[in-house]
Structure formats: C-alpha cells, structure tokens
Ligand binder design. Structure first.
Ligand code: NAG
Ligand code: NAG
Ligand code: NAG
Ligand code: NAG
Ligand code: NAG
Length: 392
C-alpha cells in the first residue's frame, strides 16, 4: 500500500512540474515509452536481485519491500536433488508420528560442560522427589567431573574435545541427543551448560515442555554481518541465503526433532564444511546457525523461535553478562522469571529490535525456564533463594 501511494505521488509530482524547455521538446509517446522502460528495468532488477539484497528496499521501508515482492511472479521452484528428496520424505514421516506423552515420559537433561559442574547441588535440589520423570546425561569435554549428587553419578557419556565455535560443538550436541534417544521414555531433550541454572521448579518445567507440541529452538532472520553475512554460497543448492537463520545454541526439543537431527547428514555436512571460523575470510559458527536454519527450512511451525534459556546481552559486549554473587537477589530472579516477550536484535546498521510475545499453546506466558551465565560463586545465594524464586 505504502509504495503504491509513493508511486502515485511521484506521478503527480511529475505532472505538476512545469515543463522545462528540454522536456517540452519530448512528445507524449516518448515519455510513455521512457516511463514504461524505467518501470520494466526496475521490475527486472527487483526480480534478479532478491528483495533483501536490493538497495531500493533500504530506500523504501520494509513494507515497500514486501509490496515489491508481491507484484513479482513467484520464483520458479528449484529441482531438488535425490538426497534432498530422500531427506524430506524421511523427515516428513518422522514428524507425522504423534508425540506419546504418558506418565512414564521423561525429560532428558543434557549437560554440555568442559569439566566441573558448579551448580550440581542446585540441580540436585531441582530433581529431588521427581525420580522417574527425568534423566541426566553429561558430556564433559575436558576433565572428568567429580560428582556429589546421586542424579549425576555414572551419567557421563563418552565424550570428545569441543572447540568453541567449531563443528565439534554440534557433534557434542548430537552425541548427547543420540545417547538420550536410547531410552524410549525420553520424550523431550534439554541442552544445558555448566553456567545454567533452573528458574522454576521441576513440575513447572516438566509441564511447560511436555504439554506442548513444539521445540524451543531459537530462530530469527538477521540480515547483518553476524547473521546472513556469515552465509557461504558453497552451501548451495540445499541451503539458500534466504533460508539462513540465527539463534542461540541452548535448545529444548521433542523426540521427533531429536531423531531428525541425529538422522540428518545432508544439511549437517553442509554446515560442517562451509560454516566454520575463517571460512572465506568470515567467521561462521555452526552451533548458532545449523539448527535454526534446519528447522526453519523443514518444520518452521514446529519451533517456538525463542530459547527458554535466558541470557543478558544488554551490556553490548562480546560475551553476555556473567552474574556475580552480589547481583543475586530475589528481585533479579523474579525479574528474569517473569519476562514474557522475546527480543531479537539484528546486527546490521539498523539494529532492528524484534519483540514478540512468548506464546505457549497460544497464550502468553513467561519465556524462560533456565538462565545463564552464573558464576560458581553465586551457588550459595542461589541455594538459599531457590525455594522462593522458583515458586513465583
Ligand atoms: C501410570 O499410568 C498407568 C496406565 O496408564 C497407570 O496404571 C498407573 O497407575 C499410572 N501411574 C501413576 C503414578 O499415575
Ligand atoms: C499435540 O499433538 C497431539 C497429536 O497430534 C494432540 O493430540 C495434542 O492435543 C497436541 N497437544 C497440544 C498441546 O497441542
Ligand atoms: C516461528 O517462525 C516461523 C517463521 O519463520 C513461523 O512459521 C512459525 O509459526 C513460528 N513459530 C511459532 C510457534 O509461532
Ligand atoms: C527488576 O525490574 C524492574 C522493572 O523493570 C527494574 O526497575 C529493576 O531494576 C529490576 N531489578 C533487578 C535487580 O534487575
Ligand atoms: C524466602 O521465603 C521464606 C518463607 O516464605 C521467607 O521466610 C524468607 O525470608 C524468604 N527469603 C528471601 C530471601 O526472600
């Protein structure tokens, strides 16, 4: 609508401009031909260069951009390769199976840690009394942790080295999912780090994750250098730039989604080979792009588009805020637990802020079940506050 008005205004301006001497010499049909040619060139350019790359979209508003793409014929569908067809057929069938939620269903808590687990006693408190409704898996990539809690003893899986930002991070996530899938009672899977803490009590978390049909995988479109700027055309034809998405690594997912991630080799290989630090002079991190892009392409309605693990980026540094002992108050915990909108900020010069309500089965609810990054020194205060803040 907006661009149509702009266009009409343009026409009007042209009619009102007093004809200059030069223009006066041009006859009416010439003008029409020039006008029609300009419009055609514009449309051809808009078609050849997809709207997000087209400079005119930045000149016009983003609404104008949508309006332009609406005028254009739909892009011809690409012919899928044999591997893509095979992937899609298998994925579609797995997604068709209905989730089985029974009173035996368990949530698998997957701890992806270097070595120590500073909040083990807090998690112990969280799990107490809920035996049979959860299982714990620990992937310790550096040192074997010493456990104090019976819920963590002998729960380590065979692990391998993890290098920050490299594919080994995704490999560790897949290894955790694979091990947890061995138990058919595990119906939902939660990825956690050593600096993560629970924000609610066990029943709240269990019901939040179990009684919905979606996975909480973070996903948004970032046209900036830390989003689509990391895309490499080597990923073609399977992964197109328009489908490239970004999101925080900390997911929760239902069993069907865990199965398709473990089964996927086609898209995983593309990210392993072409989304890595130093690729074509850019840094791409598979742990921030593989899952968001994969689910955006193959089951967009099956994910929430936000992560249930809170993190505070508001300081605008390279790393998120790390909470210290002096930061831990009942008020802080209550604040984090009651946030009910998810926020994404693009990394381009516009720094567009996207705020969306967190909808759980259609109703707005608090977004977060877990939070990071908490320094080990916060443990004592959190243990004291735990029964209070988790009962909000
Ligand atoms: C779990 O479900 C089974 C059958 O569905 C039932 O027999 C059993 O009593 C239930 N257990 C609990 C603890 O509710
Ligand atoms: C989830 O899906 C199952 C089967 O498709 C359905 O029976 C159930 O009502 C759904 N649950 C929610 C919360 O949408
Ligand atoms: C997540 O975003 C996709 C668009 O990328 C949308 O189709 C989907 O409905 C969203 N998920 C939910 C639960 O709203
Ligand atoms: C909690 O939120 C309120 C309202 O947004 C804010 O004024 C206050 O500073 C916050 N407190 C903490 C400890 O974050
Ligand atoms: C936590 O709750 C208990 C019981 O309601 C109360 O006595 C205590 O003061 C609370 N602690 C804090 C730090 O709010």
């Amino acid at each position: 609508m907006k661009s149509a008005q702009v266009w009409r205004l343009g026409m009007k301006d042209m009619q009102m401009v007093p004809a200059s001497r030069q223009r006066g010499h041009l006859k009416k049909p010439t003008w029409i031909i020039i006008l029609v040619s300009l419009v055609s060139i514009f449309l051809v350019l808009a078609y050849v260069y997809p709207p997000q790359n087209f400079a005119a979209c930045y000149v016009l508003s983003s609404n104008g951009c949508e309006a332009i793409s609406n005028w254009l014929p739909p892009e011809p569908a690409r012919e899928l390769t044999d591997d893509e067809i095979a992937s899609r057929v298998v994925i579609r069938d797995i997604l068709k199976t209905a989730p089985i939620v029974s009173n035996n269903s368990k949530i698998a808590f997957l701890f992806l840690i270097p070595g120590a687990l500073p909040f083990e006693m807090l998690w112990d408190k969280f799990f107490q009394g809920h035996e049979g409704r959860f299982s714990v898996y620990v992937h310790a990539s550096k040192d074997k942790p010493v456990h104090f809690s019976r819920y963590f003893i002998n729960r380590e899986i065979r692990s391998d080295k993890v290098v920050w930002g490299k594919i080994s991070m995704v490999d560790a996530e897949r290894r955790l999912l694979t091990n947890a899938l061995k138990d058919p009672a595990n119906q939902h899977f939660v990825l956690l780090s050593d600096s993560c803490i629970p924000l609610h009590d066990f029943d709240y978390v269990y019901n939040y994750l179990m009684y919905t049909n979606i996975s909480f995988v973070d996903c948004f479109e970032d046209p900036g250098p830390h989003g689509s700027g990391r895309y490499s055309e080597h990923m073609l034809p399977e992964v197109e730039k328009k489908d490239f998405r970004k999101g925080a690594q900390w997911f929760t997912m239902k069993r069907q989604h865990a199965i398709i991630i473990v089964a996927d080799s086609l898209y995983y290989t593309k990210f392993r080979d072409y989304c890595k630090p130093g690729m074509d002079g850019r840094n791409c991190y598979s742990d921030e792009h593989y899952l968001p892009t994969f689910f955006h392409m193959l089951d967009p309605a099956g994910i929430a588009n936000w992560s249930v693990t809170h993190v505070d980026w508001s300081e605008g540094k390279w790393h998120p805020k790390s909470y210290q002992s002096q930061d831990i108050t009942y008020e802080l915990m209550r604040n984090i637990s009651s946030i009910a909108d998810s926020v994404h900020v693009t990394s381009d010069e516009r720094k567009e802020i996207q705020i969306r309500p967190c909808l759980w089965n259609g109703n707005q609810r608090p977004c977060y079940l877990f939070a990071r990054k908490f320094l080990p020194e916060t443990l004592d205060k959190l243990m004291l506050l735990f029964p209070n803040y988790t009962s909000i």
